[in-house]
Design a protein around this ligand. Sequence first.
Ligand SMILES: *Cc1c(COP(=O)(O)O)cnc(C)c1O
Length: 355
Amino acid sequence: MAIKIINCDKLKQKPEKATSFGKVFTDRMYVRECVDGKWGDGVIRPFDALELAPCSSVLHYGQAVFEGLKAYRNAKGEVRLFRARDNFKRMQSSCERLCIPPVDVEEAHAALTELVKLERDWIPTEIGTSLYIRPFVFADDRSLGVHAAARYKFIIILSPSGAYYAHGFDPVALKVERDYVRAVRGGTGAYKVVGNYAASILAGELARSQGYDQALWLDGVHRRYVEEVGAMNIFFVLDGKLITPALNGSILPGITRDSVIKLARGSFGITVEERAIDISEIIDGAKSGALTEVFGTGTAAVVSPVDRIGDNGVDYIIGEKGKVGNIAATLSKALTDLQTGEAPDTFGWTEVVCS
Ligand SMILES: *Cc1c(COP(=O)(O)O)cnc(C)c1O
């Protein structure tokens, strides 16, 4: 797999400080096309608009998947990727679910590494900042008809992003979603498929209009087992134990989720239970005080503490208002230190791309 590089005529002005998320993009992107099941050579070229036919199949049937990961630069100038191959493995499984010819993991990884090296000057260094990486694959057949497409594009774009929590943690409020569901077993909930997000927007907007930050999804069949949040998996500290919903086929297998479980068990000797969690257990725990911490996990915020859960119009405050729980704070620090190279990586999750 050769990578051709097309130079930029003019480089963009880099922001002095990375403050936003997903608004600023680097000078270049990686683009690779697939025709009749065969991925061609990739090209790194200036970040610019794509040309799409009005009949392009992705616009009509949504045959598309994406990933999200980050590169971190520390005070020594080292640039690290975190479990990037795991993201590309997940992208393969998402592709397979949507009948998209999967992209080879090593080839995707090589393309990303090349792109990140070229764009290294865009990576911010301040604590908490990173280079957000968005790989995605979409169908680009130029005809209508619901079937697996013959043409696809695999693209990687990069966006320097500010610290998610610029001034310490900013806990979020969740609303238990009782009307809508995100996914069902046999559907696409366990894959990063674009349609999942389109289907989730209404519940998110309703939650925000009612004073919450995001919806907390329940399972689609019994409508009582906790699944996850918009783009985060969810953890609870109940009766002193760390618990999280078991991957059941409708939950997205988060890489941060997996890292938090392995860190909790391996580095801190914390017992973690992966099991079905009835929402009534959580509400009862909130009432009795047995529920001491709730937090979400995902690439964007890493660990995101939850200080309030609303259900059927009643709000339950988690832990001490405005204080972040011990376990969330401990795991968050351990994981971010490992990602940036501040702490040794005994798990083999990080790789230095350049410095
Ligand atoms: C991406 C995502 C997550 C988190 O996955 P990470 O690999 O930890 O970033 C969780 N839930 C959903 C629905 C997601 O899309």
